[in-house]
Structures are given as C-alpha cells and as structure tokens.
Design a protein around this ligand. Sequence first.
Ligand code: SF4
Length: 434
Amino acid sequence: MISDMRYFIDVYGCQMNVHDAEIIEGILRAEGFSPVDDPGDAQVILLVSCAVREHAETRVLGRAAQLGGMFKESPVMVLCGCVAQEHGAELLEKHRELDIVVGPDCYRELPRLITERSRVGLTDFRNEDYEGIQAVRKEFPRAYVTVMRGCDNFCSYCIVPFVRGRERSRPRDSIVAEVRRLSYLGYGEVTLLGQNVNSYRFGKIDFPALLRDVALASGERTWIRFVTSHPKDLVRETVEVMAEHRNVCKQLHLPVQSGSDGILQLMNRGYTVGEYLEKIRMLREAMPGIVLSTDVIAGFPGESEEDFGRTVELLEEVRFDYAFLFKYSERSGTAASGLEGALPEEVRLERLNRLQEIQRRITVEKSGMLVGRELEVLVTGPARRPGQQVCRTPGNRTVILKGTDYAPGTFLNVRIEKADGWTHFGSLPESCEK
Ligand code: SF4
C-alpha cells in the first residue's frame, strides 16, 4: 500500500471511458486509495476525459477549472483519458489547476505520480491492456469487459486512433475467465468492449471464436453484448454465433455514418452502402426481429443534397430501431478537418433535424409494435421515480416496472403496456419470475 488518500472520480464519454474509470479505481484501491462521493472531501480529483467532440473536451476542461478553484486546500487534480493523450503536458501550462495529465496507456503509474505530487504529463503509447487489474464495477448486474483497445481504421473524422493507439487484443483465456467469474457472481449482462471488437485477434482466435467461447463460459443466466462493431469487419461467422447462442443478445449497434458511397469514401469507412445493406440482410435473415441501431453524421464536408437524400433513403429502408444522429463537427488533427466543401452550420443543423424527425417516427413506430407483447427483461435497479424499477430487454430497450422490488440481476417476463420509443412500461403477467 502506498497511500491512504481519498479520491473522487468523474467520467465523460463512451463505455470505454466508463470502464477505464473502473480500471483506474482498481489500480488506486489496490494501493490503498479510498473513494468519496463529494469532490469537497477528496484529496485527489480525477477526470476521465473524452476527445471525440470538441464540445466534450471543452466541458471536461471547464469542469477541471471549476473544481480547481472551489476548495481552500487544493486537491491533486488529474486529467486522464483521450484529451490528456491528445494535448499531453502542454495542458499543464494552459490549465494551471491541473497537476497531472495521463493518457489511456499510463494509468498504472497513477498511484506513484499522485503520491509524489509530481506535476507531470505522461502520454506514452505502451500497448497496455491492463491485464491483471481488478476493475471496480459499479453497475451490477451489468458489467463491461474490454477485449481489445485502440483502432487502426483512421476514419477521416475520428481522433480515436491518434489518442488510443494501435489495435491490440487481450488473451482469450483471460477474457473467458473474467466473464465466467462475472457470471458466477450473478452479473446478468456482460458487454464486450473495444473500439472495433470485430477486428479482435489473439493468435489464431478471432472475434467469432472469442464470442462463442464467452457465450459458452457464461451460461444461460448471463446475457452477452458487444460494442462497437465496424461494418467492414462484421463477418458471417459472428452472425452465426449470435444466432446460435441464446444468451448472445439479438441486438447490434452497427454505425453506418452515411447513405452515400461518395461520402463514405471521404470518411474512409472501407465499405459501400450496398455492402452495408448486405450485412443488415444477413443479420435479419439469421435473427428475425434483431434490434439494430446505428450512428449517422449529417453535413459531412462535401455532402450534397443528393448525398444527404441517400442517407434519408437508407434510414427509411433499414428502419433502425434506434439511431444516434450527429451533425458533423470539425475535429482538429483529423484528415476531415482539411477537407474542402465544409457546409455552413445552419445546413448541418437543418439536415440533422430532418434525420431526427424521420428516425423519431420510426423509433416510435417500432417500439409501439411491442405493446401487448411479453418480453424477457433483466432488472437493473431502481428508477429515478420512487416505487419504480428499471429493466433491460435483450434488445437493450429500457422497461419501467411500477411497484416491484426485485433484486437487481433478476430475470422476469413482463408484458409491455405502453411505449414511447425510448421508454417502455411493463407489467407482470402472473407468476413470471424465472
Ligand atoms: S473505427 Fe473509425 S470511428 Fe471507430 S474508433 Fe476507429 S477510426 Fe474512430
């Protein structure tokens, strides 16, 4: 044990960051650090940052400035994550409230750096996979397990390959052992995480082989999901494993980004719209009723009205259950930031609004089709409103139950009474607990 300091941690961004924060807590607690819920009680404040959008970066640096000026005895202020990696030690000059800046490959150094109270920026790429670290999971009965880190794809709008480094995969045996242990501990859902899980490879083991082994190791009482999938790397074998194993959720997030081949090329996505649609067909053929979601960027540089129209057609054709829609925002340091044909902000916004309108209608229609149906759900915990509980379906839909008090981790069958697209309200048919 090297310290008994109290820490407060705050996370921004994607599931990778949420799980990285759990890893950071594992590293700190193993060295004697203890958590507090109020930053005012902390001797160390850690912010895990996201650099995907300029806005997220501004937010986390704003939060650092706010916390840094708040307390009489200033805590050690640590910036972790992608913003730390992107800007490194130069942040220490610009943001005097920061003491330590640490990139995603250097978290093992945190206990030493904090106790030494060094004023330092550490951003080496170390091909780190945090093997052997006991993550501190806080979202029982849902758990994340990282299977690979980094990305080699260099989509032209994305900063991730620059801040997360090259792809590397964790050993199969260690992933399987971790999932088996979580399943034994009663976790009802495990999400395999990676920037591009479909390109997982450890020796001869590829992603379909890993998914099969994980599905077998976790048994029927633990659902398996995985995120994020790159369409060009989603292969038939993965779809077959999903279809074969009852505990692999029939749900997939498959970011398409645009419905225009020309724009996909400018984005350096590595597939055409036709190839993407072929994968959707393959998924639906193997798993009718699979819940599909996607990401779309509206107003990419050079996107004509015609290109945009193709994206509209794609949304209408595929009818995703959910879509995460963004307007293009320039990210300095990426190839797209140098592209000609940048569209005015109002055009990007107007296109985003049109996509949102279309998708809202489709999402509401598709969730409305569930009303009256009985679905299996996993109870995940209390809802914000007293007397209600939140559950998840295998399709990752939210279901609210009123007046129940089941332990998180319980599987139930519920009847869907009402749905508004994103939230579903369920009731219990008689004697349904599994
Ligand atoms: S696949 Fe593309 S969008 Fe996803 S992390 Fe890699 S570069 Fe970024």
